[in-house]
Structure formats: structure tokens, C-alpha cells
Design a protein around this ligand. Structure first.
Ligand code: ADE
Ligand code: ZN
Length: 336
């Protein structure tokens, strides 16, 4: 498919981290204010981008720390939220967009910002974008797996207190050594309050990955799985997902860069999962850092797997059906 045809397809994206979706020109403008000089493109790329596979997921997560430094005020957060939506709509033609963020990722380097201040700024940016562009945006709150139980509880309370402006709750970061089970009471409480649940699971190439995916569903009530790519190794877990109609939020470039899937991008099992009947969706994860967007991601699928409008429309239909944004709001902008 030609780039213009890909751009023209209306799209749905379910898995995108707001804090790692900064416009490159905005990073370049903000960085010097935080002591990071960017004299040239090479410096920018080496400080802020990942374009070659790193050793593992942990190395990639560490690379986010320079970007974290820039999330320093409510003005900046409102701006990046608006710009993320603007670029999604104008450049990628995304009509339904879920953006997720971890309040503790922001406060970690900026303890003067509290959760409410952060959230209100982000909501202002998103709501302004929804007025300006024919799109619907849903915010998902993230609990980081590395948090203490007390902090995980605080984030849960915060998500529930803001259930009118969050559509769901997620659990992110590396799951190795951070089982799902201890988080179960928090997710059960969030579900009861009416929040939807998606969980990062089955991402890294570790022996127990398919089991982690089942646990995310059984202990946390996950309705969708962030990544889940490793289930391709386990037909039983694939069948489990198919029977339960639980979609995967697959992120091909991300999986390549974290070495979740070793080798070339063409070795990614997306098509294998889709053809087996697992519900598959296409996502970017951290587009500001991975130097990708939905257009470049679709181009990869077209080039590597011969995807055309039929396959893209199929994946978008799944994404729209399983998108956590309330139906009344979704229906105003989708189908286009
Ligand atoms: N947070 C941001 N990107 C992530 C990823 N790919 N996996 C887990 N946590 C993340
Ligand atoms: Zn993610």
C-alpha cells in the first residue's frame, strides 16, 4: 500500500503511553530548560530515541528517564496531552485513541506535582483536543508493578476518585519478579467502581510468559492484554484468549526494540496469532521514543505481511469494539 492510502485509513489505537509520546520538536524545545543540550540530531537521537534493539525490556524502560525529566509542570503536561491528540488525528488519522499514563512516573522526578494537578492538566489538554478534532480520547491510569503496596493502593484510589475522566486501569513495567496476584484487590475494587482493566503481560520473552497472561485475566480481571505476544508459544493460552474473546494490544516495533521478539521484524508472530483466531490490534506503545507512529507501523504490516485495507479494517474493528471509551461517545466518531 502507498503511504497516502495508509494515512487515509481511519484508525483506532488502544495502547499508547502519553509520557512517551512527545512530539520531537517539543522535546528539543524543552530539553535545554532541564540541562540537556541538543546541538544536533545525533545527540537528540542518542539521548531520546531507541532505534536499534536493546538488550531487554529493562534497558528500554531505563531509557525513558530523560523524557521523564521534561514532565515538570502542569503547563507542559497539558501541552503534551493536546499535541499527542493533535498529531494522532492530523498525521495518523486516529479517530479513537486511548492514552495511558502512570501518575507515579510523573511524580518520581517532580514531587511538587501531585496526582490531581497532573490529571487535571492532562484532562484539559485532551478535552481541548476533542473539541478541535473529530476524535474520542480515553485516559487509562497505570499502576507501575515496581510500586510498594501502599503506593499501588494510592494510585487505585486516585483512579477510582477520577472514574469520570479515566476509562480504565492498567498494570505496567516489567512483570518478571512482580507477579499480578498481589495487585488483585486493587483491580477488583477498580472494576467494581466501573473502570475497565487492561494489563501489560506476556511481553518479555521469559519462560512463564503465557502463564502470566492467564494470571492477568484471572487475578486482575483483564479485559484486554497489553502485548501478550508471547502466547504464540502456547496454543492452550491462545485458545483461552479466543474463547474469552480477549484481544491483544500488539506493538510490533516495540517488541522488536525490547527484543521481546528476537530477530527481524518480519519474524513477529502477529499474523500467526491473527490467523489462529486471537483478536489482534495494532499499536505503537511509546511512539515518541520508538520513532514510530501508526502510519509507519501500518507500512511495516503492508510491506512485511502484505496487509491491505481488509486486514487493517479487521484489526480496527476489533480495537473499536474493545475500546474502553463509553459507547455513546465512541459512536459519535466511529465508524467514520
Ligand atoms: N511502560 C512504557 N512502555 C512499556 C512497555 N513496553 N512495557 C511495560 N511497561 C511500559
Ligand atoms: Zn505499554
Amino acid at each position: 500500500m502507498k503511504a497516502t492510502e495508509i494515512q487515509a485509513l481511519p484508525k483506532v489505537e488502544l495502547h499508547r503511553h502519553l509520557e512517551l509520546s512527545l512530539r520531537h520538536s517539543t522535546i528539543k524545545e524543552l530539553a535545554p530548560q532541564f540541562g540537556i543540550e541538543i546541538p544536533d540530531e545525533a545527540t537528540f537521537a542518542s539521548r531520546f530515541l531507541i532505534d536499534q534493539p536493546m538488550n531487554d525490556l529493562g534497558s528500554v524502560l531505563n531509557k525513558f528517564l530523560d523524557t521523564q525529566l521534561l514532565l515538570a509542570s502542569d503547563e507542559i503536561l497539558e501541552r503534551i496531552a493536546y499535541e499527542a491528540c493533535e498529531d494522532a488525528f492530523k498525521i495518523e488519522n486516529i479517530r479513537l485513541l486511548e492514552l495511558r499514563y502512570a501518575p507515579t512516573f510523573v511524580t518520581y522526578r517532580h514531587p511538587d506535582l501531585d496526582f490531581d494537578k497532573i490529571h487535571q492538566a492532562i484532562v484539559r489538554g485532551v478535552q481541548r483536543a476533542e473539541k478541535d478534532f473529530k476524535m474520542a480520547v480515553g485516559l487509562v491510569c497505570i499502576i507501575q508493578r515496581i510500586l510498594t503496596v501502599a503506593d499501588a493502593e494510592r494510585v487505585t484510589d486516585f483512579a477510582i476518585d477520577n472514574k469520570d475522566t479515566f476509562v480504565g486501569l492498567d498494570l505496567a513495567d516489567n512483570e518478571v519478579g512482580f507477579d499480578s496476584k498481589p495487585f488483585s484487590p486493587f483491580f477488583m475494587r477498580a472494576k467494581k467502581a466501573g473502570l475497565h482493566v487492561t494489563v501489560h503481560s506476556g511481553e518479555a520473552n521469559v519462560p512463564n510468559a503465557p502463564r502470566y497472561v492467564r494470571e492477568a485475566i484471572e487475578y486482575l480481571g483483564a479485559e484486554r492484554i497489553g502485548h501478550g505476544v508471547q502466547v504464540y508459544r502456547d496454543p492452550e493460552t491462545m485458545k483461552y484468549l479466543i474463547d474469552k474473546k480477549i484481544p491483544l494490544e500488539l506493538c510490533l516495533t516495540s517488541n522488536y526494540l525490547t527484543q521481546a521478539i528476537a530477530g527481524e521484524k518480519s519474524q513477529h508472530p502477529f499474523k500467526q496469532l491473527m490467523e489462529a483466531g486471537v483478536l489482534t490490534t495494532i499499536n505503537t506503545d511509546d511512539p515518541g521514543i520508538f520513532n514510530c507512529d501508526m502510519n509507519s507501523e501500518y507500512q511495516l504490516f503492508a510491506d512485511l505481511f502484505q496487509f491491505g485495507p481488509k486486514e487493517f479494517n479487521y484489526c480496527n474493528k476489533i480495537a473499536a469494539e474493545h475500546c474502553f471509551i463509553p459507547a455513546a461517545k465512541k459512536n459519535k466518531v466511529w465508524p467514520v
